[in-house]
Design a protein around this ligand. Structure first.
Ligand code: AHR
Length: 481
């Protein structure tokens, strides 16, 4: 029997809703035939965007969507996506998939999408191939009050009199790599140059600096050293962590199940390590973590397009387990995290949706976001599990309280053992009944397809939380107390 202690007096902090954020890049079929189908399409749409995705994102309360990249943003000219005449350009990814960028989705269209979803926008600004004035003009166009500047008037003529809701701006992306191959010192000075201009005119935006590549903590240390004595126009440190692959995305072994979870769990050490460095420089009030790309990344070809869509992959119960584990880690470290964006929303790396033409399905990952949605904006409390810490026999847990209700989310990380669990409430009464949702399949390789869209789906039940509960192998459980 595993006991899960809910430590009500021990509050970790508030879970920023944005920790449940998303990411869409002009890459493969994330945008075109992903979220965007076009206004004249037979596929039901709202202002050109796939209605089914919009409705399902509303259902999980998607709080924020990052756009337009990724690496794509480092060659993006926002002017290409404004007005009636849209140029066709090389996309950052053209070399990999031969597709050109039609710019049919630009700033106005993406904001239409966010407004339909009810999400805030997080724009990733290009720092590599433009000057700060270019980004300032984009901000002016997007954020200036109605009828003030020439660019605000141009925005109004293009159909949006009121400013767009874009509170978050990334200042570069992966500048240690595709974003200019910069050293941390060089990037730090570039960040100062750009953020000074951006902050000066739009001080109410949150500006995020580029974080390190996976475990390259020297980037974190040097960047903080470069920024600590400057004017601090930094509101977040945008780290990326992809936990790679272990075996085939669909036909993995038990060992590969554990290897993938072990790789995913590394994110906790990276969070703590980065945070310690940030605190060591006294930057904890300025540079909370923004984990704006995370997920499993397998070789291409397992998705429905069979490799035509760059980076598209299928998602099984193993990806659901990685999602549950990762979101529990984020909740348990919410005091350090400003935002997180799973990469990427549709037809891509660790996606919530797979689409093609009229077909649109959710992956097991979508269901986890649905089961966890009430953590958004809640107070995380500490939990303690009587576990031996070995993946093959452990569960991952987080719990939070909002408006007097507790949400406990539990993932059985074992692919071959069911566990008896009991909930122990410390400092609060346990009710007699609770609503529970469970994501389970007796096959850990189970996944949804266009032909069989509900192979992996959620069941609802009522439980007595004072009695032991059986948590089947690989299952993910959410309990609302
Ligand atoms: O998500 C795909 C790519 O991965 C992004 O463009 C880039 O930021 C990262 O390397």
């Amino acid at each position: 029997m595993k006991k899960i202690y809910l430590m009500y007096p021990k509050v970790v902090g508030s879970i920023a809703p944005e920790i449940y954020g998303h990411f869409t890049e002009h890459l493969g079929s994330v945008i075109y035939d992903g979220i965007w189908v076009g206004k004249d399409s037979d596929v039901p749409n709202i202002k050109g965007f796939r209605k089914e995705i919009i409705e399902k994102l509303r259902a999980i309360k998607a709080p924020v969507v990052r756009w337009p990249g990724g690496c794509f943003s480092e060659t993006y000219d926002w002017r290409d996506g404004i007005g009636k005449e849209r140029p066709v350009r090389h996309n950052w990814w053209t070399r990999w998939d031969g597709r050109f960028e039609p710019n049919k989705v630009g700033t106005h269209e993406f904001i239409d999408f966010c407004e339909a979803v009810g999400a805030k926008a997080y724009f990733a600004a290009n720092l590599t191939s433009v000057q700060p004035l270019h980004i300032l003009n984009w901000m002016d166009y997007c954020l200036s009050a109605r009828g003030t500047t020439t660019l605000a008037i141009e925005r109004e003529k293009n159909g949006h009199p009121e400013p767009f809701n874009i509170p978050f701006w990334g200042v570069g992306n992966e500048n240690w790599g595709g974003g200019g191959n910069m050293s941390p010192e060089f990037y730090g000075n570039e960040f100062r140059r750009f953020s000074e201009i951006m902050y000066n005119v739009f001080p109410n935006t949150e500006l995020f600096a580029c974080g390190e590549n996976a475990t390259d903590f020297s980037w974190t240390d040097t960047l903080m050293r470069t920024l600590v004595n400057s004017e601090r126009h930094i509101n977040g440190f945008a780290m990326h962590y992809y936990c790679g692959s272990a075996g085939d995305p669909l036909k993995f072994t038990d060992e590969e199940w554990y290897k993938q979870l072990s790789q995913a769990s590394e994110i906790e050490k990276i969070i703590v390590r980065n945070w310690n460095i940030i605190c060591g420089h006294g930057m904890q009030d300025s540079a909370k973590l923004v984990i704006d790309e995370w997920g499993c990344w397998y070789p291409d070809g397992s998705g429905p397009s069979k490799g035509r869509n760059l980076f598209e992959q299928q998602s099984t119960m193993r990806d659901a387990a990685v999602t549950a584990l990762t979101l529990n880690i984020f909740n348990n470290h919410c005091d350090k995290i400003r935002m997180a964006n799973v990469a990427q929303l549709v037809n891509c790396i660790h996606s919530l949706f797979l689409t093609s033409g009229k077909d649109c399905i959710v992956t097991p990952t979508y269901h986890v976001f649905d089961m966890y949605k009430e953590h958004q904006g809640a107070q995380a409390i500490e939990t303690f599990v009587t576990d031996n810490g070995d993946f093959s026999s452990s569960v991952s847990v987080s719990a939070s309280v909002k408006e007097g209700k507790t949400l406990v989310t539990i993932a059985n990380l074992s692919c071959n053992q069911d566990f008896e669990i009991s909930l122990e409430s410390i400092g609060n009464d346990m009710p007699d009944t609770a609503e529970a949702s469970i994501l389970y399949s007796d096959d850990m390789h189970a996944h949804n397809t266009f032909e069989s869209p509900d192979t992996v789906t959620v069941s609802q039940t009522t439980i007595d939380p004072k009695k032991p509960i059986t948590l089947p192998k690989t299952a993910i459980l959410s309990i609302r107390l």
